[in-house]
Design a protein around this ligand. Structure first.
Ligand code: NDP
Length: 322
């Protein structure tokens, strides 16, 4: 698989990444191991996780899976921010939480360093220069090679770069936002900002958590699906599967897929890949066959006709704000 540099850095990543949110616990270690092996064998080099995924269990599984792999050939991205316990210091982007969290992540993943350490949200309760100094110190200590953000606004990214320059600390090299055919908010602010600042973009939930595979229909939750297995009450997937407008849009997207002879999930991933600002699209999967199918997105030729058909299917209704 071709690689390209992530933002203003020398770190080369593949256009598809593989993520471990929910799916590792959903199928257990054996299944996770098979999927990671498959993803790596198909050439994916970027593995995304977070301390909070299954409260550390996803990182631990990844550590066990990767013991048999050459560490140098893998780019490990993990995250810090969400609370790992009820303790008032055990969350956020304070120096204390960042320093303690990285040690937990390294221990769970049985590695000496993380390639990309991402601030999982913006923390308005901590002075931004404290967070950035902490990231710079972890880089100097060799525990982290690069740092990035997730779900930060354009203004927050601008401020982070200004502070990093002033402190002579490396800037964030990437931002990780949601982006898919239902959720396009980043097109207005985050994508132009990342292009301006040369920050790479690694997007999550390209299939809107499975909805864009077409498996859900009104009132029907398929057996074995993420919703059936995990519930996720009140969360994005739960909201989408009971939203008539989401099904209207899905119907239009399905028609485009049929017209152009492209499988629906493949079209949804290819639609993300069409944006030059996106460096890597993080795939989620509960089984190998899904990775196998979704990887075909790399083969889709994104023509002007296909682009126009998707644009007309994916715009013009309030779902833009989901
Ligand atoms: P997707 O939107 O791609 O959803 C993945 C799920 O969709 C799979 O687990 C599977 O669910 C279903 N699916 C995938 N492919 C197919 C297919 N071909 N046919 C049918 N069903 C399919 O991605 P995720 O929501 O999993 O997010 C991907 C990654 O992004 C995460 O693992 C994580 O690393 C990252 N992430 C980051 C966040 C952040 O805040 N920074 C937030 C969320 C995710 P099933 O079969 O169980 O129905």
């Amino acid at each position: 698989m071709e690689t390209q540099t992530l933002g203003r850095s020398g770190l080369r990543v593949t256009p598809l990444a593989f993520g471990s949110w929910l799916t590792f616990s959903q199928g257990g270690l054996k299944n996770a191991s098979k999927m990671v092996d498959y993803a790596l064998e198909r050439g994916i080099n970027l593995l995304d996780t977070a301390d909070i995924y299954d409260n550390g269990a996803a990182e631990s599984m990844l550590g066990r899976i990767l013991t048999k792999r050459r560490r140098q050939h893998i780019v490990i991205a993990t995250k810090v921010y969400w609370n790992m316990s009820d303790d008032s210091n055990d969350w956020g982007l304070s120096r204390k939480h960042i320093f303690e969290s990285i040690d937990g992540s390294l221990q769970r993943m049985q590695t000496d360093y993380v390639d990309l350490y991402q601030c999982h949200r913006f923390d308005p309760t901590v002075p931004l220069d404290e967070t950035i100094r902490a990231m710079g110190d972890l880089i100097r200590m060799g525990k982290v090679l690069y740092w990035g953000t997730s779900c930060w606004t354009g203004a927050q990214l601008h401020e982070a770069c200004e502070i990093a320059d002033r402190l002579n600390v490396p800037r964030p090299i990437s931002e990780q936002p949601p982006y898919n055919m239902l959720s396009r908010q980043i097109e207005e602010d985050v994508l132009p900002t990342c292009a301006e600042l040369d920050i790479g973009v690694i997007n999550w939930s390209p299939l809107a958590q499975g909805f864009l595979s077409g498996k859900y229909s009104p009132g029907v939750i398929p057996e074995g699906s993420r919703k059936a297995q995990l519930g996720l009450s009140g969360m994005f997937l739960d909201q989408v599967i009971s939203n008539d407008k989401a099904y209207d849009r899905l119907g239009r997207i399905k028609a485009v897929a049929q017209q152009f002879g492209i499988e629906l999930p493949v079209l949804a991933v290819a639609w993300c890949l069409r944006r030059p600002e996106l460096t890597s699209v993080i795939l989620g999967a509960s089984k190998i066959s899904q990775i196998e199918q979704n990887i075909k997105a790399l083969e889709i030729e994104w023509t002007a006709e296909l682009d126009a058909a998707c644009e007309s299917a994916c715009s013009g209704d309030p779902l833009q704000t989901v």
